[in-house]
Design a protein around this ligand. Structure first.
Ligand code: 5GP
Ligand code: MN
Length: 343
């Protein structure tokens, strides 16, 4: 964000405003952490804040401070639209293009004539907002929210709840501080958050150690379905609608499953294909190690995108055809994949 923009935004926020905060569809720890941290921060500056999520978010995030105050656009459509239409300002957090909130909500946002602010770390952000703070080097939007508050010169407004929300998003988007995007600055920020009262052990417990028995059973199915294609340093997992239903699938249950495929020795490309009969698609999560960009791969072939090492995509073919399409694409990328990551 330029200094002029920062000054202009500060000016706008110097008097009380109605503000709506929007995270991406299927909000994850980073999207919810960033939205709630921003809400708590802006409330301290006497603004009125509504968070409108496109849809529900997983149970393992429902303990976050003030999480239960947000509207879900698909379930609370009237209240959500009213909040959006009354907003002086809309913050778009942790996504880079309007379609990432889903078609229905994107149509409502497209009609909005007020001011948008985007804070995001995904690659190639759309140029649709008056204010944009984009940094693709950042591990998480949550770390950017911390820097945003820092840029405002208002770190004195940080407190335990805000620190807890920011910590959660940094933790989930860095795979618990292990991905390459985790920098020394990230650790300095996190140290500050702990000093502010973020209870790191409890946050890890709340997010990672609250599994249902059925989710662990579903993980068992996923691991059983895992296939390795050693020639292409690739592993993939499939989960059908039937398998999901058999184990009482709930939103968020498959989060992180794809990382088991990436944890195999020698594997640099991992994908999970998850059948979603309601939407009529196969939802894909892609992960890589090293230089092979799953962002480019998902963008080119699977109507998706994301980051170099973590991206999402979708296919309207059936499961078998989608997997076949994927396998048939690998020879075109053999060289890039084999050079991607040296052990
Ligand atoms: P996940 O596999 O966890 O759904 O997504 C991995 C990363 O890619 C996340 O940062 C997510 O926001 C991003 N992502 C997932 N799907 C899409 C997509 O369709 N487009 C873009 N630009 N990013 C995506
Ligand atoms: Mn993120």
């Amino acid at each position: 964000m330029t200094n002029t923009d920062l000054k202009d935004l500060k000016q706008i926020l110097s008097t009380p405003k109605n503000i709506v905060i929007v995270p991406h569809k299927n909000p994850d720890g980073d999207a919810m952490g960033a939205s709630l941290a921003m809400k708590l921060f802006l409330e301290k500056k006497n603004h009125t804040i509504d968070i409108v999520t496109p849809n529900d978010y997983p149970d393992f995030l429902k303990w976050l401070p003030k999480a239960n105050t947000s509207y879900k656009f698909d379930m609370q459509n009237r209240q959500s639209k009213r909040a959006i239409n009354n907003a002086d300002l809309i913050f778009l957090l942790d996504f880079n293009a309007l379609h990432r909130v889903g078609d229905d909500m994107a149509n409502t946002l497209k009609k909005y004539e007020g001011t948008f602010v985007m804070i995001d770390h995904h690659q190639q952000p759309d140029d649709i907002t008056r204010f944009i703070y984009s940094d693709t080097e950042m591990c998480s939007t949550c770390q950017m929210v911390y820097h945003f508050i820092e840029m405002f010169g208002e770190k004195d407004l940080l407190d335990k709840d805000i620190a807890t929300c920011i910590y959660t998003g940094i933790m989930t988007d860095t795979g618990s501080f292990r991905f390459r995007s985790t920098t020394s600055t990230t650790h300095r920020v996190v140290a500050d958050l702990i000093d502010l009262g973020a209870d790191n052990a409890r946050i890890h417990n709340n997010v990672y150690d609250t599994n249902s028995y059925s989710r662990m059973q579903l993980l068992g199915v996923a691991l059983n379905n895992m296939k390795m294609i050693s020639d292409y340093k690739t592993a993939y997992i499939t989960l059908s609608q039937d398998e999901k239903e058999q184990f009482d699938f709930k939103k968020g249950d498959t989060e992180g499953f794809v990382n088991y495929a990436l944890s195999l020795k020698g594997i640099v490309l991992a994908v999970i294909f998850i059948e979603d009969k309601e939407q009529g698609i196969i939802k894909m999560s892609l992960r890589s190690k090293g230089s092979f960009s799953v962002n480019e791969f998902a963008r080119s072939y699977f109507d998706g995108g994301g980051h170099t090492n973590a991206a999402g995509g979708r296919s309207t073919l059936n499961m078998e055809e989608t997997v076949e399409k994927f396998i048939n694409l690998l020879p075109n990328h053999k060289e890039e994949i084999s050079k991607s990551y040296e052990e």
